[in-house]
Design a binder for this molecule. Structure first.
Ligand code: GLY
Length: 329
C-alpha cells in the first residue's frame, strides 16, 4: 500500500515507522517535523498515574501501549526508564487525591503500593516532607526528543503532500476540515531543569490541590510539568504558569532551588471531547485519523501505530478510539 502520513510528531512518526516495517511504501509529510506537542512532552509512560475518573479506557489502552514501548525503543536504540511512578500528596487533602487514584486503579486490577511518609522518603530521598503516596510499579518514561530524532533518522520526511492510496492524518491539535472541531488545543507549559540532586523516578504530585510532575532523565535533567489550560491565544509560556509549576515542584523537591532553569516551553495538547484519541476511519474514503491524543501521545504512540496499520490491513477498529463514536462529537 502507498500511504501518506500527514504530521511528523511522535504519533505520525511511529505510524510511519510501523507501516514501513510492515512493507508499505510510506511518505511522511511535515514542514516542521517533531516541533509540536512532542517537542514539549515530558515523555511519561504512566497509564496509571495519568488516568482520571471517567477516562478508564486510557488505562487499558495505555497499559497495552506501555508493553509495546520496550520493543520500539530497542529498534530505535533509545533507553526506556522503568523505575515506576511515585504518586505523592503534599498535605492531607492532596493525599486524599492519591488515595482516590489508588482506589480507581484497584477497581481496575492495577497494582499500587501505598507508602507512608517514611516510605516515600525511602524511595525518593530528594523529596521534602510529604503526607504520603503510592508507588506504581512498571511505569516509566522516555525522552520524546530522542525518540523523534531516532524515528526521523529512519523515515524520510517530505515538506508537501506527495499523493498515495491512503492518507493518515496525524496533525495533532490542528486537524484539517471537516475534522477541525473534533480536536481543541489545551495549553501545556513545561520547564526543563538540570540538577545535581534529581529524583530517581517520575514523581506525580499534588501540592495544595495543584498537580505537578517531575520526570528525570537519569543524567541530571528533569522535566517539570505541566499546566493545562484552554486559551484563545498562541501557546506561550506565561509567567503565572511557570510560577505555579516552580512553586509546586519546589514544595516537593527542595533541590529545585539550586537547579539550572534550562528551558520553558508551551505547546497545545490535542484534546478531544471525551479525552480519548481518534484512531481509525475518518468518514472520508481513503483518509484515516491518528490524532487527538490529549495527555497521552507519547505513551500511546506505539499502540496507535499498530492500530492504524491493522486497520489499513484488515479493517479492524478499536471502538473506544473509533473517530465515529458518539463521545468524539
Ligand atoms: N502527560 C503529561 C501531560 O499531558 O502533561
Amino acid at each position: 500500500m502507498r500511504v501518506e502520513v500527514l504530521g511528523a510528531g511522535i504519533v505520525g512518526l511511529a505510524v510511519a515507522e510501523e507501516l514501513q516495517r510492515r512493507g508499505h511504501a510510506v511518505a511522511l509529510v511535515d514542514p516542521r517535523p517533531a516541533s509540536g506537542a512532542s517537542y514539549a512532552a515530558a515523555g511519561m509512560l504512566s497509564p496509571a498515574a495519568e488516568v482520571w475518573h471517567g477516562e478508564e479506557d486510557v488505562l487499558r489502552l495505555g497499559t497495552a501501549s506501555l508493553r509495546l514501548w520496550p520493543g520500539l525503543a530497542a529498534r530505535l536504540g533509545v533507553p526506556v526508564r522503568r523505575e515506576g511512578t511515585l504518586l505523592v500528596g503534599h498535605d492531607a487533602a492532596d493525599l486524599q487525591q492519591v488515595d482516590r487514584q489508588v482506589e480507581l486503579l484497584a477497581r481496575h486490577g492495577h497494582d499500587a503500593v501505598p507508602l507512608d511518609r517514611a516510605g516515600v522518603r525511602e524511595h525518593e530521598p530528594a523529596l521534602a516532607r510529604v503526607a504520603g503516596g503510592a508507588l506504581l510499579p512498571g511505569e516509566g518514561s522516555v525522552d520524546p526528543r530522542a525518540v523523534c530524532a531516532a524515528l526521523l533518522a529512519r523515515v524520510p520526511v517530505h515538506t508537501a503532500p506527495v499523493g498515495a492510496d491512503v492518507t493518515v492524518v496525524a496533525t495533532g491539535a490542528r486537524l484539517p476540515e471537516p475534522w477541525t472541531r473534533l480536536v481543541t488545543g489545551v495549553r501545556g507549559e513545561v520547564l526543563r531543569l538540570r540538577s545535581d540532586d534529581p529524583p530517581r523516578r517520575t514523581v506525580r504530585g499534588w501540592v495544595a490541590g495543584e498537580p505537578v510532575y517531575l520526570v528525570p532523565r537519569g543524567d541530571g535533567r528533569v522535566v517539570v510539568g505541566a499546566t493545562s489550560e484552554h486559551h484563545d491565544d498562541g501557546p506561550v509560556v506565561t509567567a503565572g504558569g511557570a510560577l505555579r509549576l516552580l512553586a509546586a515542584a519546589r514544595e516537593l523537591w527542595p533541590a529545585l532551588e539550586r537547579a539550572e532553569l534550562v528551558e520553558a516551553t508551551a505547546r497545545d495538547r490535542p484534546s478531544t471531547a471525551d479525552g480519548l484519541p481518534l484512531v481509525g476511519p475518518s468518514g472520508v474514503d481513503g483518509v484515516v485519523l491518528a490524532a487527538g491524543h490529549h495527555r497521552h501521545g507519547v505513551l500511546l504512540a506505539p499502540l496507535t501505530a499498530q492500530l492504524v496499520a491493522d486497520h489499513l490491513e484488515t479493517g479492524a477498529v478499536d471502538p473506544a478510539v473509533d473517530p465515529r463514536r458518539e463521545g468524539a462529537r
